[in-house]
Design a protein around this ligand. Structure first.
Ligand code: GRF
Length: 223
């Protein structure tokens, strides 16, 4: 994705706490992600994500969407900022805005998102609440490429967690978030290593370990 020899440059878009952003920043510094964060863009004044970027010494931009009347104008502003910082791959990390055609066409198949459900179940808002309401016994998270739909793009990686009888939205979200912090760096790393091939809706990942006997059940299987 980037010219040979130069590390992939990431642009991370966030709106809130930025714990996924932190896992990406840490992965880049620690070497588990062969990439660099070129810019962090946030649409919410005072969001913790901005402070995390500043603490990491990464350019942190506040682009407040409320300044623009038209959604498209805001998207073009995002594109301009991402281009200015030579971003190769855009990572949505709790970015609470729908991505419009301007951004999608400018970074075709180069926008990732993380969602706290096993997609295609429970897309959109309040995914963990939806999962509990549906009574699923296994929940999880998904890293996927972004297309024009809501949480509908090709899936790169998923991780599952058990749902316990006493779970609340908070306890389940916390258990899922632990896995988000593992999945997002891993997905970016696979892309940065050029190991991801997109084949329609299927994503093929070269050299991934496969253990056909491995499973997660809730409750546990006894035999
Ligand atoms: C995460 O649960 C992510 O899946 C969702 O928004 C939340 C962001 O959390 N898209 P954080 O800001 O990364 O802590």
């Amino acid at each position: 994705m980037s010219p040979a020899g130069t590390p992939l440059r990431l642009g991370v878009l966030a709106s809130g706490s930025g714990s996924n952003l932190q896992s990406i920043l840490d992965g880049c510094v620690g070497g588990s992600i062969p990439a660099r964060v070129g810019v962090v863009i946030c649409n919410v004044p005072g969001a913790r994500a901005l402070r995390r970027a500043e603490a990491a010494g990464v350019p942190a931009l506040l682009l407040d969407h409320r300044v623009h009347r038209a959604r498209d104008d805001y998207d073009w502003e995002l594109v301009a900022a991402l281009r200015k910082h030579d971003v190769d791959l855009v990572c949505l990390a709790g970015f609470m805005r729908l991505i419009g055609p301007a951004l999608l066409s400018s970074f075709h198949n180069k926008i990732l998102n993380i969602h706290p459900s096993l997609l295609p179940s429970f897309p959109g808002m309040h995914a963990v609440r939806q999962a509990l309401a549906a009574g699923v016994r296994v929940a999880g998270c998904t890293v996927h490429l972004v297309d024009e739909g809501t949480d509908t793009g090709p899936i790169l990686i998923q991780a599952a967690v058990p749902v316990f009888d006493g779970d609340t939205e908070e306890t389940l979200a916390e258990r899922i978030l632990v896995q988000e912090h593992r999945c997002y760096p891993r997905a970016i790393s696979l892309l940065a290593q050029g190991r991801v091939q997109i084949d329609g809706r299927r994503v093929r990942i070269s050299g991934a370990a496969a253990d056909a006997a491995r499973t997660l059940s809730s409750p546990e299987l006894l035999d």
